[in-house]
Design a protein around this ligand. Structure first.
Ligand SMILES: [Zn+2]
Length: 340
């Protein structure tokens, strides 16, 4: 019995000197583990004289329970101390105001493109997405620009390493794709997208830009339909009072071809810096689809007619917001982008 009392004293003293969790676990193994001294002491009961066994057994069990409780209490205390130490080491002030997340916004080109699409959607035009990598045939030849055609000089082109494959210089090759896909059904689509030209970058020209092309084909589509569409677009986009002026022009894929001007949104025709004193702003090129292009798209020019128009989106945005440098669109300058 005195051995049991010694064991308890010794175990408690050692427990009190444990400084951390690993020391506690070692202590546990030494006294309460399967090979531990307390367990051995409990088993010792068989060697105790029979008249003392009962008292010995109950004392040994009491010590086992009491040491187990003492161990668990010590373990909980050490864990609590460790937690407090780590909390004070990486102090976190939950009352500090958080860092504000800056919210992004759509690029001005994306936003105005959505407006343009909405206007044409109301006029019954669907959006047709066409590829940006084209072949020479579709980008030029099928649009009535054979290799010798002088109009090809109007666009310097990014060619790829694959002969005859290039980045489209305009959205017009999409006309061929949509016609061949839908022929002989009537078509009313816009073809918005990015175009690429190998040009000197200046305040007025960039190597990449958006165009919005429009195409309508049917059995009785006339120049009057084209004019009505353009006027409706200009008034929805730039204000109900807008006037539209049509000048004759030339494009290889339309005949007749026109340039469309709109009275200046700043001076309403009186003349100002934006319109270079002319009172007019050029907004798009257009015309009736050339019979050769109709034929290349699969439509018989005897039965079908169509109109097409195309505008540079960035040019339109520059008019709306009086932006004087087209390079701003791709310069990734937040001071510019956050204004819209
Ligand atoms: Zn003006």
């Amino acid at each position: 019995m005195s051995n049991l009392a010694d064991l308890e004293q010794r175990a408690l003293a050692e427990l009190a000197s444990c400084q951390d969790e690993s020391a506690l676990r070692t202590w546990h193994g030494k006294y309460l583990g399967k090979q531990g001294e307390v367990v051995a002491a409990v088993k010792e009961v068989v060697n105790v004289p029979p008249e003392q066994r009962r008292a010995y057994g109950s004392e040994a069990n009491r010590i086992k329970v009491s040491l187990t409780e003492a161990y668990e209490a010590a373990l909980a205390k050490i864990k609590q101390l460790a937690l407090e130490a780590s909390l004070s080491a990486d102090a976190l002030d939950v009352t500090m105001p958080g860092r504000a997340m800056s919210s992004g916004n759509l690029h001005v080109a994306s936003r105005v493109m959505r407006d343009v699409r909405a206007v044409f959607a109301d006029l019954g035009f669907q959006v047709y997405r066409s590829r940006e990598v084209e072949d020479d045939l579709t980008n030029f030849e099928l649009l009535n620009m054979p290799p010798h055609h002088p109009a090809r000089d109007m666009w310097d082109t990014f060619h790829t390493t694959i002969p005859g494959v290039l980045l489209r210089t305009h959205t017009s090759p999409g006309q061929i794709h949509v016609m061949r896909e839908h022929c002989p059904a009537p078509i009313r689509v816009i073809l918005p997208g990015m175009c690429y030209r190998y040009e000197n970058i200046t305040t007025r020209s960039e190597i990449m830009f958006h165009q919005v092309e429009g195409l309508a084909i049917g059995e009785r589509v006339t120049m009057a339909d084209l004019k009505g569409t353009i006027v409706a677009f200009a008034r929805r986009m730039f204000g109900e009072e807008r006037q539209v002026r049509i000048r004759s022009s030339y494009f290889p894929f339309t005949e007749p071809s026109i340039e469309v001007d709109m009275d200046c949104i700043v001076c309403a025709g009186k003349g100002c810096g934006l319109c270079k004193r002319s009172g007019w702003l050029e907004i798009m090129g257009a015309g009736m689809v050339h019979p050769v292009v109709l034929k290349n798209g699969g439509y018989s020019p005897d039965q079908f007619t169509g109109f097409a128009f195309g505008m540079g989106l960035e040019r339109i945005i520059m008019l709306i917001y009086a932006i004087d440098d087209i390079r701003q669109f791709w310069a990734n300058d937040l001071r510019f982008l956050r204004q819209f």
